[in-house]
Design a binder for this molecule. Structure first.
Ligand code: SF4
Length: 489
């Protein structure tokens, strides 16, 4: 790399393209950290990069098509610049047929690696740079969790922290247990150490990540003992400097009274939970292998709202699951009415090769599937709009994240409940926690007025610190998106 820098007057550069969920975004931060450690600098776009990594997702519909379309674009870049190194990784690479197809259609791709061996990237990258030998290294199972990998975070004041990897639930529609492997928890001490280091670094909000954080069982110390997720939360709530904790995602069947109690006693834990329900029909939930009933789910909501009044509950639905009848769908509409979610992602069912549901024969006709999808989204959006409208006039504390997409002089932040709020403010406020009076409510966002800090006037926040690459999210979609995210049950 030094030789390259001497010849070119600048270090070689990298660009990471990320598709899919927060777990992938966090993996991309590690990929960026490893490449930075090798001497690469971030590039502004893939068109300028010397090294392109594509971190793939196999959960959404047409993922293969989108991925191979992207490879077609990158191929043109490679033809123009033969020195360009291209690596592909992520969940899709854990599927043998995809790796075979890359070998057959795109033999020019330099490196193929999977979700379990990201730590091996520097060795594979060096091999590609020096010898341009093609390397395919995909492990079927994750071994021990590799700690201490560098990361280049997307934000100076918000961070993702993995608490566990993989999933043992095998919901019948989901590819994740096959691509991310069995559940493995990080040691509680390791998570705590990372959280403390992030707080020292100026991070104010941590999102704890796991496919099902409710299954977390992390070693407390080498001497023995195991912490469950509520216990881990208690430990993290004591980390000085951290102002907010969130987590993603909880499986309803494993939502314990102890976790509900953590909301009752919360300090920095935000008053929000993502609790994917998927269907309101107990019969369909059985076909999905979800392990709970409609009434059981509604009972959990009651307990949560009793423990922590006003808690924001968000969810995921799938419409058109094989075998879903009109009656089943009415059960889903009934659940949506009664649950009154703050917001929801709704997905049209589409089969994932290798999952049990892909073999189910009783497919819902496309017309019915789409009609049900629209009806459900209409109801969910109306409820979201009502719940946002109920916040008019309230003062909400927001973590200011950066300039809004809506126009100059407007900043965006997130409230405790996770709502997006825009308001007029100077850019220097990014990273500050500020009070906003809500003046306008839309279906998916709020608009407000920045209040002066107590005892002060404008009150500057901290400037965005340090160079932070913001990974390309590969076109994350809005609330009407299809397919499924890999971000939890
Ligand atoms: S939907 Fe969630 S809980 Fe179910 S198998 Fe997939 S990742 Fe695991």
């Amino acid at each position: 790399m030094e030789e390259y820098a001497e010849t070119h007057g600048a270090p070689p550069s990298y660009f990471v393209l990320t598709m899919g969920c927060q777990m992938n975004e966090r993996d991309s931060e590690t990929i960026a950290g490893l490449l930075s450690g090798m001497g690469y600098a971030p590039a502004a776009s893939k068109d300028e990069a010397d090294f392109i990594a594509v971190n793939t997702c196999s959960v959404r519909e047409n993922a293969d098509k989108r991925f191979f379309g992207l490879l077609g674009q990158i191929k043109k870049l490679r033809e123009a610049r033969p020195g360009l190194v291209v690596a592909v990784c992520g969940c899709m690479m854990q599927q043998r047929h995809i790796v075979d197809e890359i070998g057959a259609r795109h033999p020019w791709v330099d490196i193929v690696f999977g979700t379990h061996n990201i730590h091996g990237l520097p060795r594979l990258a060096m091999g590609a740079v020096l010898g341009k030998a093609r390397a395919v290294e995909v492990w079927d199972e994750g071994g021990d969790i590799v700690e201490g990998l560098p990361a280049r975070r997307g934000s100076p004041f918000k961070a993702y922290v993995n608490v566990m990897y993989g999933c043992d639930n095998f919901c019948s529609y989901c590819i994740v247990p096959y691509t991310r492997g069995r559940e493995r928890s990080r040691g509680a001490g390791e998570v705590l150490k990372e959280a403390k280091a992030l707080a020292r670094d100026g991070v104010k909000e941590i999102m704890l990540l796991g496919q099902n954080v409710n299954s977390y069982r992390g070693a407390l110390s080498a001497a023995g003992g195991v912490a469950d997720f509520p216990e881990l939360l208690l430990m993290l709530e004591e980390v000085g400097g951290l102002e907010r904790l969130r987590f993603m995602t909880s499986h309803p069947k494993d939502l314990s009274d102890r976790l509900i109690d953590a909301f009752r006693r919360r300090k920095t834990l935000c008053n929000a939970i993502h609790l994917p329900v998927q269907s309101g029909s107990t019969r369909v939930l059985g076909l999905m292998n979800r392990g709970y009933t409609k009434e059981g789910y509604l009972g959990l909501l009651e307990k949560l709202r009793d423990a922590s009044p006003g808690i924001a509950v968000t969810t995921d639905f799938i419409t058109g699951f094989p075998g879903e009848t009109e009656e089943d769908f009415r059960e889903t509409m009934d659940l949506a009415e009664r649950a009154r979610f703050d917001s929801a992602f709704t997905f049209l069912y589409s089969p994932r090769r290798g999952t049990p549901a892909a073999e189910y024969e009783d497919r819902v006709p496309a017309g019915d599937k789409h009609r049900r999808f629209s009806e459900l989204v209409g109801l969910l959006n109306a409820i979201s709009a009502e719940k946002n409208a109920a916040r008019l006039g309230r003062v909400e504390r927001a973590l200011v994240e950066g300039p809004a997409k809506t126009g100059q002089g407007i900043m965006s932040g997130r409230t405790d409940s996770g709502r997006l709020v825009n308001f007029a403010a100077p850019e220097g406020l990014a990273g500050a926690m500020r009070d906003i009076r809500i003046t306008e409510a839309k279906t998916f966002s709020l608009f407000g007025e920045l209040l002066p800090m107590e005892g002060g006037s404008a009150g500057e926040g901290r400037a965005a610190a340090g160079p932070c690459e913001v990974p390309d999210r590969g076109g994350r979609e809005g609330r009407r998106r299809e397919g499924r995210p890999a971000d939890g049950p």
